[in-house]
Ligand binder design. Structure first.
Ligand SMILES: [Fe+2]
Ligand SMILES: [Fe+2]
Length: 255
């Protein structure tokens, strides 16, 4: 901006007074339209973040425990993104996107989702489509916030070794937001009760993440996880103690 003003001001003294007046008026118009563009961009950014927040809120109605799970995954993911060297802005986007990882489950029948015990092979195939349903929800993203949410929703079950779903992508072909979400999600699920399993301990869950480093998980992310295990567990336990009003206390929540 400064450069443009300087350029417009160059040789000003050689310009007739009337022209100089017109030029000043143009400069003011230019500055005004630049400011209004900046305002529009920041309000667009705000509204995209706001949409994501409202979607998180919708997911929380499905099941309270799932609601708390996705908020925890969001916070752990934001933290891991920072620890893997992302900028605070990127980490914020990833933290906002991660809770969207299972939004596609809204399209899966409850009979499969909440079936006690093991599900059949056919039911598992149906369950796997929650990634594609999530992808449809965030199809044609028009902002980084929505794109990150799409990445978390579609790719969080991909594996570093290419053995995951829905596309069998491997290594860095899997978007970073999804590689980070995958670690946070698995860790939180291991520690949680589900209709098909009892919770495991923090130590056992941490060992499972470490053991699957470089096969299921991005080694860089899994390492950041192991190095910061204590802080992650503390963060998670604090969120659990505040579970009753977690949404109100959620750092990204304004409604
Ligand atoms: Fe999932
Ligand atoms: Fe999950």
């Amino acid at each position: 901006m400064q450069g443009i003003y300087e350029m417009l001001n160059n040789n000003r003294k050689h310009i007739p007074a009337e022209k100089q007046f017109q030029r000043t008026a143009h400069m003011k118009d230019f500055k005004k339209s630049h400011e209004s563009l900046q305002q529009t961009l920041s309000s667009l950014e705000h509204s995209n973040t706001d949409i994501i927040r409202r979607l998180i809120h919708i997911c929380m109605f499905k099941d309270n425990e799932i609601g708390n799970h996705i908020l925890r995954v969001g916070e752990i993911s934001r933290f891991l993104a920072e620890k893997t060297g992302e900028t605070p802005e990127q980490a914020y986007f990833i933290g906002m996107a991660a809770p969207m990882h299972d939004i596609g489950k809204l399209g899966i029948p409850d009979a499969i989702l909440y079936k006690p015990g093991e599900i059949s092979a056919d039911e598992y195939e149906i369950l796997k489509t929650h990634t594609l349903i999530g992808g449809n929800i965030f199809k044609n993203p028009n902002s980084p916030e929505i794109e990150y949410a799409r990445q978390a929703a579609v790719y969080h079950h991909e594996r570093w070794d290419g053995q995951g779903y829905p596309h069998g992508l491997s290594e860095e072909a899997i978007p970073l937001a999804a590689r980070i979400t995958a670690v946070a999600d698995v860790f939180d699920v291991l520690l949680s009760w589900r209709t098909y399993k009892e919770p495991t301990t923090e130590t056992k869950a941490a060992k499972i993440i470490a053991r699957n480093k470089g096969t299921q998980f991005d080694p860089h992310v899994a390492e950041a996880f192991s190095e910061n295990l204590e802080e992650i567990c503390h963060m998670r336990n604090t969120m659990i103690s505040n579970a009753d009003n977690l949404w109100e206390r959620y750092p990204h929540s304004s409604n």
